[in-house]
Design a protein around this ligand. Structure first.
Ligand code: SF4
Length: 238
């Protein structure tokens, strides 16, 4: 079993309710969407950049694709890990490898929530789900109806249980259609522990504070709603 991975490193989670926990990150190559605000290199890369010593900035280039054993050994080299963040790109594209992945820390899936059959394949292995809701005008496709059906189905499959915490993340820009957010939240609020509003980090596209607080106020009537910006860029870590 092999997969192309762009980076592996140990850092802290920079978004959402688990901000600050120490994680090993596997950043998979490839994505099925093309979001307007994407700042992640998602196309194929020849080598995986592996940071052996956390925070050192020294990377070893390892030829892609990596074997399952390679990935397990690299993850096991990190100490005191809360969880392993499966991120990308879109990690669900690599569900075959994730299904086989045998590592001690629990798995934390960061996904765009648009690939329900792959979500089903690995649901039992996942302890944390940071599920995005990609809104109209953001996800790079035309068929918003089937896009949202897939999103809701993914939240149903990966919903919060005794063994798993599933929350949703909404990136908020000044153009965000807040009415649409309310419609989606009505469909998924039973499946999640909380909603996280994440103001987009580029200043020109940021939402203003008052609109964010109004949105939070309305959502709080149905679901615990947090406003948490990305923290990595504040202190310059990966
Ligand atoms: S789902 Fe994530 S990785 Fe994929 S295009 Fe959108 S922002 Fe980029």
């Amino acid at each position: 079993m092999f997969a192309s991975i762009s980076e592996m490193f140990c850092s802290v989670q920079g978004e959402g309710p688990y901000v600050g926990v120490r994680q090993a990150f596997i950043r998979f190559v490839g994505c099925n969407l093309r979001c307007s605000y994407c700042d992640t290199p998602i196309d194929n890369v020849n080598h995986c950049q592996f940071e052996k010593e956390p925070g050192s900035g020294q990377f070893e280039a390892i030829k892609n694709p990596l074997s399952l054993k390679n990935v397990e050994d690299m993850i096991s080299s990190y100490q005191n890990i809360h969880s392993v963040s499966l991120t990308g790109g879109e990690p669900l594209i690599h569900s075959d490898l994730i299904e086989q992945l045998d590592v001690h820390p629990p798995l934390y899936l960061e996904t765009n929530m648009t690939l329900p059959s792959k979500a089903k394949q690995i649901a039992k292995k996942i302890s944390y789900v940071a599920g995005d809701v990609k809104l109209p005008g953001e996800f790079g496709g035309d068929d918003i109806g089937s896009h949202m059906d897939s999103t809701i189905e993914c939240f149903r499959i990966l919903r919060t249980t005794k063994e798993r915490d599933c929350f949703c993340k909404l990136v908020i820009t000044k153009d965000t259609d807040t009415e649409y957010i309310h419609e989606v939240m009505e469909e998924i609020s039973d499946y999640i522990s909380c909603a996280v509003l994440q103001p987009v980090t580029q200043k020109t596209a940021a939402s203003d504070v008052r609109s964010l607080l109004e949105l939070q106020d309305r959502l709080l009537r149905n679901i615990n709603t947090l406003i948490i910006p990305q923290t990595h860029k504040m202190w310059g870590c990966l």
